[in-house]
Design a protein around this ligand. Sequence first.
Ligand SMILES: Cc1cc2nc3c(=O)[nH]c(=O)nc-3n(C[C@H](O)[C@H](O)[C@H](O)COP(=O)(O)O)c2cc1C
Length: 170
Amino acid sequence: MEFSEVIRNRYSCKNFSGKEVEKEKLDQILEAGRLAPTAKNLQEQHIYVVQSEKGLAAIDKVTPCRYHAPMVLVVAYNKNNVFTYPGGKRDSGIEDASIVATHMMLAAYNAGVDSCWINFFDPEELARALDLPEEEEILMLLDLGIAAEGTEALPNHSSRKELAETVTYL
Ligand SMILES: Cc1cc2nc3c(=O)[nH]c(=O)nc-3n(C[C@H](O)[C@H](O)[C@H](O)COP(=O)(O)O)c2cc1C
């Protein structure tokens, strides 16, 4: 698919059919995350592919936003392996994991897999439920699946500010 088509047409799917994601497509999605750039090339991300009944139930306990997706990627990062920026107030963890997640979200659409980025949950509660290592922080969840028939993008998908509102030339 054309890159411009991917970024224009990808939308947040909030109604999955439950149809499985093929292994080959999952591999393409994970590979796109693997190729993402990270600060100092630290690659501190860790992706958990959740598709077991037990894992999905743990996710349903912390968020109402799985929308029947048959698979959820939990994107985490190792908080002890991040680059602290000059000034000492911020580090690369959230940004690096966000870039990884964005690559995977776009790769999913390119592969014909629908997705939804989810942050409506308590990351610490989920990390405990999934028994993640202490040093790993969860950034987000990526619901993955095939949209149920008739599902369309929500109206706000096509409502974006004009460039003049968000870009300033200095
Ligand atoms: C950082 C982020 C967090 C989001 N969290 C949630 C969420 O927890 N639950 C949900 O249903 N949608 C969530 N979304 C999806 C947004 O609601 C959706 O992206 C936005 O309304 C724009 O629609 P579009 O993605 O279809 O263009 C999230 C999106 C982003 C980028």
